[in-house]
Design a protein around this ligand. Structure first.
Ligand code: NAP
Length: 509
């Protein structure tokens, strides 16, 4: 089973030991990044393994490989030798592993390591990109049978992660460490078993003086607790969420908590993807069984479906993929998540006799409008890009307009309920977006029921204005939870375990 390796990047040995003590239960081994130590501290590394009380890798990373060692090679090699010197018969007092770059040829150092059972990690780093010939590289780097090959390459795209995954599969059976660095490769650090990697390097990233030893590292508690890394085997069912840029997503915390509570052998990971085509290849290689799909792929995913629900066909957007014996089934849980949430908020069985304005005509609006039509509402759709509002309204014979004076005037006749479906007001796009209110020209009379699909922040500028005018308001959090519960049912074929509900939260990673 793959191991959790905590990278020690503090500037003193004492502080590293303090951090190790705090996070000991989450880690199987540690990597002492001696290049991060103050110069005087580097002279004292020899006793660190004994003090650490767990297997330790000695690494002195050069700056060209993403490390902090800027002295000459002579100084680096003598520091490595100092770490391996005076080896003891009790191997727990020696470094368990030493990281030696593939282009470093110092046979005396290697010999000293081998004599006292310190295993060599033969490493290769590419901080700029992913090499084309990875299988050849992985096979050729190992100089003797007991070495572990480490290949850490920067993923600039989803294709790069796919290259590494396939290279790992080609070299199955060989002990190795494979890392796709950077945001695109985050799941290579969680699904180490599936990537054929011996360990995953992670950091105590919530400590003020500990930093990520390489781009894209996962925080140690998150790896151990949220993703239950130690429980992941080849038999673990893999689910995830894909989108771009997918910088922050709440879904892993929701699904992984449910999987843990019900003791399912399943994990849910983020799959940031710049190409949905490459991501679908990765899904096949990793035997992914279910995918949540978010911006901007809810339409682009449709050609990859083997069959789809009626909702997906009519709405033209899919947010849930489930692997079935017949291939990928596409469904849309936003639609039901939305109507359940709004009807509960209004305490109504349907939208009959309700005159509703929908702001926006994007993917989310399409699900909203589909449900409003299904449940009997009369609707006006207003969008910044007017032709999209017209196109969305046409099949339902609904009214439409722009987010301009004329459009806003039309709201007079459609204001029992107002639903904001654009990303205006949402955090994480740009600072100006948070204060943006697409209905700024509209004056609330105070009797409107108002919903915003955005849930971060809890109160958008739009919702604040409606609330100040006396309207009942609701944000999109309840809808998010409801659509995720439907996704759970799609993925697992089971009803959502309601008794766990109060313990499941959408935390952010
Ligand atoms: P999308 O397909 O990209 O559509 C974006 C929509 O927002 C378009 O109508 C766009 O207008 C409009 N828009 C963007 N910025 C605007 C601005 N500054 N002023 C006016 N209009 C603006 O995105 P989506 O999938 O529909 O998602 C939209 C929002 O809904 C996101 O914030 C998403 O997080 C949220 N959402 C929430 C849930 C939930 O469960 N609560 C579910 C799905 C989506 P143009 O056509 O003129 O570009």
């Amino acid at each position: 089973m793959a191991k959790i390796c905590l990278c020690m990047t503090a500037n003193t040995l004492g502080r590293n030991l303090e951090i190790l003590e705090k996070y000991r239960k989450y880690a199987d081994m540690a990597e002492l990044r001696a290049d991060c130590l103050d110069p005087d501290e580097r002279l004292l590394i020899r006793r660190f393994p004994e003090q650490a009380g767990m297997p330790v890798i000695l690494t002195i990373r050069r700056d060209i490989d993403g490390g902090h060692f800027v002295g000459g090679e002579g100084a680096r090699i003598s520091l490595m030798a100092r770490g391996l010197a005076y080896a003891e018969a009790d191997r727990r007092r020696n470094f368990a592993y030493v990281d030696i770059e593939e282009d470093l040829n110092i046979s005396s150092l290697e010999e000293a390591a081998r004599t006292f059972g310190t295993r060599i990690i033969r490493s290769y780093h590419n901080m700029k990109g992913t090499d084309a010939d990875l299988p050849v590289k992985i096979r050729s780097m190992r100089r003797s049978g007991d070495e572990i090959v480490k290949v850490a390459v920067m993923a600039n795209s989803t294709r790069d992660v796919l290259e590494l995954l396939c290279a790992g599969k080609e070299c199955e059976g060989q002990e190795k460490i494979l890392v796709s660095m950077g945001h695109f490769g985050i799941y290579s650090r969680i699904l180490s078993e599936q990537f054929g990697s011996f360990l995953s390097y992670c950091g105590a990233l919530s400590e003020p003086d500990a930093f990520s030893a390489a781009p894209g590292q996962v925080e140690v508690r998150e790896l151990a607790n949220l993703y239950r890394f130690r429980n992941i085997t080849k038999a673990t069912k893999v689910y995830g969420v894909t989108g771009y840029p997918l910088k922050a997503t709440s879904s892993p915390s929701f699904f992984n908590t449910v999987f843990e509570l019900e003791e399912s052998n399943a994990v849910y990971v983020p799959f940031p993807a710049d190409s949905i085509t490459d991501l679908m290849e990765i899904s096949k290689e990793l035997n992914v069984e279910g995918l949540s799909v978010t911006v901007p792929y809810k339409e682009a995913i449709i050609p990859f479906l083997d069959f789809q629900s009626d909702e997906v066909r009519v709405i033209g957007a899919c947010n849930t993929l489930t692997l079935t014996p017949q291939g990928w089934l596409g469904t849309n849980t936003d639609a039901r998540g939305f109507s359940d949430s709004l009807l509960t908020f209004l305490n109504k069985p349907n939208f009959k006799r309700q005159r509703v304005t929908v702001i926006g005509a994007g993917g989310a609006a399409r699900s909203v409008v589909f449900e409003l039509h299904r449940l009997g509402a009369k609707v006006l759709i207003l969008n910044r890009t007017v032709h999209k509002a017209r196109r969305l309204a046409a099949p339902y014979k609904f009214a439409w307009g722009g987010l301009d004076e004329q459009g806003i005037e039309k709201m007079e006749k459609y204001r029992d309920i107002i639903i904001q479906t654009t990303s205006a007001g949402m955090e994480g796009i740009n600072p100006d977006n948070v204060s943006s209110d697409p209905t700024a020209m509209y004056n609330f009379c105070g009797r409107e029921e108002v919903m915003d699909l955005v849930y971060k922040p809890k109160m958008t500028a739009f919702l604040k204005r409606a609330s100040n005018a006396g309207c009942n308001v609701q944000n999109g959090y309840d809808m998010l939870i409801r659509q995720a519960r439907y996704q759970y049912t799609q993925f697992t074929g089971k009803e959502f375990p309601e008794h766990f509900f109060s313990r499941v939260q959408f935390g952010e990673i």
